[in-house]
Design a protein around this ligand. Sequence first.
Ligand SMILES: NC(=O)c1ccc[n+]([C@@H]2O[C@H](COP(=O)([O-])OP(=O)(O)OC[C@H]3O[C@@H](n4cnc5c(N)ncnc54)[C@H](OP(=O)(O)O)[C@@H]3O)[C@@H](O)[C@H]2O)c1
Length: 334
Amino acid sequence: MELCCLVEYLAIFMGIGLLGAAVSIFTKKKRDLNGKHVLITGGSSGIGLGVAHDVARRGASVTLVARNVANLEKALEDVRSTASKAGAGGKVQTFSADISGDPEKIASLVKDAESSQGPIYMLVNCAGFSRAMKFEDISPQLAKQMMDVNFMGSVIITQEVVRSMKQQQEGIIVFTSSLGGLLGIYGFTLYTAAKGALVKLAEALCQEVKPYNITVTVCYPPDTDTPGFEEENKTKPVETKLISESAGLFKADEVAHKLVEDALRGSFCSTTGFEGFMLTTLCAGMGPITDAASFLAQVFLTGLFRSISAFYLWSFDRIVYQEHQKRLASKKSE
Ligand SMILES: NC(=O)c1ccc[n+]([C@@H]2O[C@H](COP(=O)([O-])OP(=O)(O)OC[C@H]3O[C@@H](n4cnc5c(N)ncnc54)[C@H](OP(=O)(O)O)[C@@H]3O)[C@@H](O)[C@H]2O)c1
């Protein structure tokens, strides 16, 4: 009898949950970018450039920030052409700057960008890079640069933009982490630390800015076909390649489109592909609850996904062990 009651309660709970998820999916209001100003760091290449095209098509005015001037000019032309083909009236401008550089320069960049295109409504922190190599092979200079660009680069500009967004009482902030920011992967020690730190920063910031009608989204790209990914592959240990390729290779435009859609809905997590969904669900912990569908997935699927994760972790350990054995064998045969 007691077991029956428990089953009934569970069924009611799940029914209410599913109804909540359906209501949340169909009623959550997606914000509109037409006429708004979007600033994208790393907007001259890869995922950031994909975001620039996507928001330009939606009628936003776009500011692209990166270091290489020639790449910025090429991106400016391409994004302008996308906007005009879409019949959208947004402007496009570029600024050459190192986002991990002098905070005063970043502050004046934000001021200049706003004085020509209005207050920034959406900030997409996309600039970043990774170098996959064994922990002891990473020089202290490279380790610092990875933290400076991937973590501090997002901190400095976001602090500037948050001040302005709080005055406007609205805004969207996006951080670009990585699936590697959610779990440790062979070869990604420093990169995982930098991208993981962004996630915790975003969770805390989300609480701070909520009363100002500002939302925070963290994008977790899987392996994505970009110039940055090509560069990363040059030094990638074979173990890292074998482990990370299990999640597949995605197109930059696909990841960018999902990022924009999720950010406009105010979702805390943005992922592409099954592995992304599984990892963000599994690692939700005390992260913000921004929609019923993700919350219910976390409540009902965490146990199942933790069981599946055991198989992934076992296969990762196996890859590392096998490659280690291969190296030992080739040393013996020398
Ligand atoms: N592609 C992937 O598989 C993947 C997977 C997970 C996460 N991510 C993350 O997604 C983001 C975009 O990656 P992506 O593959 O699209 O990279 P990408 O093609 O290499 O583009 C990186 C962009 O960031 C800019 N940038 C780099 N360092 C900068 C700095 N110090 N100051 C200002 N701008 C800087 C680059 O321009 P300049 O060099 O001219 O400055 C470029 O515009 C990164 O944060 C990356 O870590 C990528």
